[in-house]
Design a protein around this ligand. Structure first.
Ligand SMILES: [Zn+2]
Length: 294
């Protein structure tokens, strides 16, 4: 989730709005794809820039009706790996939310790597497909942008509890600053990338699954993923302010988060760039940034 809230100080001064216009969303998408290819960005983000560009190209702007219902079934039938991009953060999805073929593939290789056999992988696939067949999701997020994915727990007969992310999609409002819109969607694309490349959020034995362990694991994972998303957003914002001038009078949380992350963990391309540890957590909380993952 993006926690930037330029308009949150006063509802009457809300500086963003929903947009039911695929062409406008498509322009933001194009600009993101183009920006991710710039040397200023690839120098800083390294291989991550290419991964993000691949995901950005899979975005598909969609519309919603008067009741806020998005229907992307046709779109997803033609390209099941596509990621719906909705110009709103409050909507109901009727499209299939099961993991995409790319997500299933990533799950399969992770499980194989951890020593699970073909049978478990196949069983997980069919259980997930079944679990998701009747699900729809209502998203009602009050912030600027969001990248939800419906997570499902599966316990298989052979033991092992799996928490798997379903198909991600992105909902965003528009600000009046075009470069900021591009940075906002970049932040959410970073989340979508994590859902696609690392869809298995939790794999463990039944005995390990205590509430405390799970809560710790979840906030740890959320913070690591937010660190990456804010680093990406900040990189895009910096590029635009360097090349196109100021981003306007917006207080950018991404800048503060990324400054602390970089000081503690080093550049984005370093090995443990998004590692979560006590020192980093203490500094984020001291700077009033605990809300990005809590
Ligand atoms: Zn986020």
């Amino acid at each position: 989730m993006s926690e930037r809230r330029p308009g949150s100080t006063s509802p009457t001064r809300q500086r963003w709005h929903p947009i039911n216009n695929p062409a406008e969303l498509g322009r933001i998408q194009d600009q993101l794809v183009e920006t991710l290819d710039r040397p200023e960005i690839t120098d800083k983000l390294g291989g991550l820039a290419l991964e993000l560009a691949e995901v950005a190209q899979q975005l598909h702007p969609v519309t919603y009706n008067r009741d806020g219902i998005v229907s992307a079934d046709e779109l997803l039938a033609s390209d099941s790996n596509s990621i719906p991009l909705v110009g709103n953060t409050k909507f109901t999805s009727h499209f299939k939310l099961a993991p995409t073929p790319m997500q299933f593939e990533a799950m399969g290789s992770k499980l194989a790597h951890e020593g699970y056999g073909e049978a478990v992988i196949r069983q997980l696939g069919s259980v997930l497909d079944n679990k998701y067949s009747s699900k729809k999701m209502e998203t009602n997020y009050a912030g600027l942008a969001v990248c939800p994915s419906l997570a499902t727990y599966v316990t298989l007969a052979q033991g092992g509890v799996f928490c798997a992310a379903g198909q991600p999609y992105i909902g965003m409002n528009l600000t009046h600053i075009q470069p900021l819109n591009v940075a906002v969607v970049a932040h959410e694309v970073a989340h979508a990338l994590d859902y696609i490349k690392h869809p298995l959020l939790y794999v463990c034995d039944k005995e390990d699954l205590s509430a405390v362990t799970l809560a710790d694991f979840k906030s740890h994972l959320k913070l690591a993923r937010e660190l990456k998303a804010y680093a990406v957003g900040d990189c895009i914002e910096k590029y635009f302010s360097d090349t196109h001038g100021s981003m306007g009078h917006v207080e950018l949380v991404s800048h503060k988060v990324e400054a602390i992350r970089q000081e503690v963990n080093g550049p984005v391309t370093s090995k443990d760039a998004f590692a979560v540890h006590d020192d980093l957590v203490k500094r984020l909380i001291a700077a009033g940034l605990g809300h990005i993952y809590q």
